[in-house]
Design a protein around this ligand. Sequence first.
Ligand SMILES: [Zn+2]
Length: 236
Amino acid sequence: MNKHLEQLVKLSQFDKDIVNFDPQIKNEEEKLKAFTQVVDKLNAEVESLYQIIDETKNKRIKNDIHLKELSDKLEEIEGKHKVAKNEKEVKALQLEEEIAKEQVSFANEEINRLDSLIEIKTNELEGIKTQLTEEEDSVKELRDIVDANIAKLANSRNSLYEEKSVLVSTVDSKVLAFYEKIKRWANESAVVPVKNQACYGCHMKLSDRFYSEFKLSDEIMTCPHCGRIIYKEDQE
Ligand SMILES: [Zn+2]
């Protein structure tokens, strides 16, 4: 094979291998993301539970205040009872007392309901906090593994970069410029083999005439259909 072409085949392989690291690194990051999403969700749940508990406690305080007001009112009614002048006044006071007592029992019911809600939500919060701690530990563990994997991948990629740059320094500058120009649009398939008389970049069949010329030639040739650099594979 033409020496320049041989170099370009290797160069293109380096470029392909280097780019192949991207999905592997991304895959590692995705692994971690799946776990951090669970942590984020749990954190949001914790925050929302704290808010519900706070609001419920505030409602309970309001009910306590209301109960105090009602008890003051009942005391006041009792005092008025003692000085009631006639039956009409007594009846009015009785009605007022009945309403106040009803309100007391309603406020007590509401306090019971709020207390049990606070208890339920507090238990729920404790459960989620435990879960959150476990998830955070897993994320931490996984982050260490993922970081190590990414560092390993980055290292391998760097050594490929180095090997590639050694190769690049030996490639004729005109040949290199030609390759780079095609690579601009063809990316990692700038140099492709010909198999079964077809270009492996665009998968178009080469004409018999072109193919026989190509087989005999030792020059750098491009696919007449797509313009990629083509080469004969060893088995051809
Ligand atoms: Zn082609």
